[in-house]
Each structure stands twice: as structure tokens, then as C-alpha cells.
Design a protein around this ligand. Structure first.
Ligand code: GDP
Length: 296
């Protein structure tokens, strides 16, 4: 399970702290050194770890902590607070337009989980009583359109497609017209990905963005790819100014470094996490709950 390694290590450190009663500056230094190693082993970005440990040190060595009756507990609370901050502190919700259609563009590399997530998200939003249209703009991956149509049928959501010989920009343009004429509330656009970031992919996404000015541009990244996910997020954000992140495959055997680094590095919040292949395996992301889960 994600964070198991990190969780176990932090709990060992905390056990030592709690067992000590009064803490010295040396105890804190030793504990933060262990926390640093645990975070690095969990594949958290080096700079993020450095800043994190500095904050823990500064806040823990303050006189209130060392002189309190339960210094160990206080340090744990500080680590909990800072872990929560690292992941963006508050839960970040989807934005909806107050008037007209809300459009959500899903972007990311091939295999990141866009098509699957498009179905999951459509299902979730539909359950909130909204009329959702899925738009198939991944015209390059042979099975992508079919995959979206199958998902649409499964959840009883319409899928707009013009096949794979019309340009994605023309497809979204027609899809928005169709959505307006047929009173859809939400349009979710599944876009194409590549194995690596390239100029052509980015330009195509930029053209789609310029055409529909989406309410949300959500980047799908695979949590299993660790620090690569963070680098990918930086590139997409630079080009498209994304509005949020969906971290997929959090159910896999990942150390969790991406979840703990991506918001710090990009400044963009994780809005959802994918926790499996089923249509219902999408969860809203709560930094405080995730921090509590890590600390056990
Ligand atoms: P796309 O190329 O970005 O559209 O990616 P797909 O939606 O086709 O997903 C690629 C693979 O990842 C598929 O086999 C999905 O079932 C799988 N997948 C997507 N999201 C998750 C997730 O949250 N957990 C797991 N375990 N698998 C996922």
C-alpha cells in the first residue's frame, strides 16, 4: 500500500520521541534526520524534503515545544501540520461555471489514465444530478474512442465523437455546439497523450484550450512514476497553466513521493486520486486525511 514504508519509518521515530519524556535539541535533530531519510526513501523531491525538514526543525526547537509536558506529541503534531501543508492544506474542489457549460479538459501522457478518469469523473458528476457529455479527442490511440464509448454506455453518459480523421480542435468546437443545443451542464474532454512530452502534443492541447477556454484543465499523472510525474507536471503547467492534478494509480505499489512533492513543486493542487480500475475508484483528495494516514 502507498506510504507503508514511510509510515513505518515515521512511526519508529515518533515512538522514540514519545518514549523520552523531555526532549533536547539533540533529540529533535536526530528525529528530523530520520524523517529526512524516510522522506527521501519515499522518493520525495530533494528540495521539498530540505525545506520540510528545515520547517520541522525551526518549529520544534522553539521553546514551547521543548518545555511542554508532551514534547513528543508536539513534534508529531508539527509533522502532521507540515505534511498537510505540503499536500496543499485544504481539500480543493472542482470549479463549476455559475452560468453556461462547465468544460473540463483532461490532459496527460499516454497511459496516465485519462480515458479511465474521464469515465470516473463523468460518473461522479452525473451522480450529482448534472447532465454530462464526454468528448473523444484522442484520435491517435487506436482504441481510445471505443474505450470511451464503452465507458459511456456503462454509466449511461453520452459520448461525442467525430471519429479519428477530424482534428481535435474541430471536434471540441462541434462538441461545445452540440452541448449547448442539447442543454448539457458539463463537458469532459478526453485528449490525446504521447509517451513523452513533445512540442506537437503541447501545441495541440494549447489549441484546444484556446478554442474552449476550459473551466478546468486537469492533469492526469501516474503516481507510480514518482519524480517523473513531478517533472511531467511542471512541463504541462508551464505550457497550459493547469488548474489541478489527478494522481492516478495510488492503489499501486508506489512509495508516494509524487503525492508529497507535486503541489510544492508546481503550486497546483491534487483534486482527485485514482485508486483502482473500476468506475467508482476516484476519490476527492484531502491533504489532512492523507497526512493522518501517513502518520498512522
Ligand atoms: P490514457 O492513455 O491516459 O487514456 O490511459 P488509460 O485511461 O487508458 O489508462 C491506462 C491504464 O491504467 C488502464 O489499464 C487503466 O485501467 C489503468 N488505470 C487508470 N487509472 C488507474 C488507477 O487509478 N488505478 C489503477 N490500478 N489503474 C488505473
Amino acid at each position: 500500500m502507498i506510504f507503508d514504508g514511510l509510515s513505518n519509518k515515521l512511526q519508529d521515530t515518533f515512538k522514540k520521541l514519545k518514549g523520552k519524556g523531555k526532549l533536547s535539541e539533540k533529540d529533535i535533530k536526530e528525529a528530523t534526520r530520520e524523517i529526512k531519510i524516510a522522506l527521501l526513501e519515499a522518493d520525495v523531491n530533494f528540495k521539498v524534503v530540505k525545506d520540510f525538514v528545515k520547517k520541522i526543525n525551526e518549529r520544534s526547537i522553539g521553546s514551547e515545544v521543548l518545555q511542554s509536558l508532551t514534547p513528543g506529541q508536539q513534534v508529531i503534531k508539527i509533522v502532521n501540520d507540515e505534511l498537510t501543508n505540503l499536500m496543499g492544506s485544504a481539500n480543493s474542489q472542482l470549479s463549476f461555471n455559475s452560468k453556461g457549460i462547465t468544460s473540463i479538459m483532461l490532459v496527460g501522457l499516454q497511459g496516465a489514465g485519462k480515458t479511465t478518469t474521464a469515465g470516473k469523473l463523468a460518473n461522479l458528476i452525473k451522480s450529482q444530478g448534472k447532465k454530462v457529455l464526454l468528448v473523444a479527442c484522442d484520435i491517435y490511440r487506436p482504441a481510445a474512442i471505443k474505450q470511451l464509448q464503452v465507458l459511456g454506455e456503462q454509466i449511461d453518459v453520452s459520448v461525442f465523437s467525430l471519429g479519428n480523421s477530424t482534428s481535435p480542435v474541430s471536434i471540441v468546437k462541434s462538441a461545445m455546439k452540440h452541448a449547448k443545443e442539447n442543454y448539457f451542464d458539463i463537458v469532459i474532454v478526453d485528449t490525446a497523450g504521447r509517451l513523452h512530452i513533445d512540442e506537437e502534443l503541447m501545441n495541440e492541447l494549447k489549441y484546444i484550450k484556446d478554442e474552449i477556454s476550459p473551466t478546468e484543465i486537469l492533469l492526469n499523472v501516474d503516481a507510480m512514476t514518482g519524480q517523473d510525474a513531478v517533472t511531467v507536471a511542471e512541463s504541462f503547467d508551464e505550457k497550459l497553466d493547469i488548474t489541478g492534478i489527478i494522481l492516478t494509480k495510488l492503489d499501486g505499489d508506489t512509495r508516494g513521493g509524487a503525492a508529497l512533492s507535486i503541489t510544492s513543486v508546481t503550486g497546483k493542487h491534487i483534486k482527485f486520486v485514482g485508486v483502482g480500475e473500476k468506475i467508482t475508484d476516484l476519490e476527492s483528495f484531502h491533504p489532512d486525511r492523507m497526512a493522518s494516514r501517513i502518520l498512522g
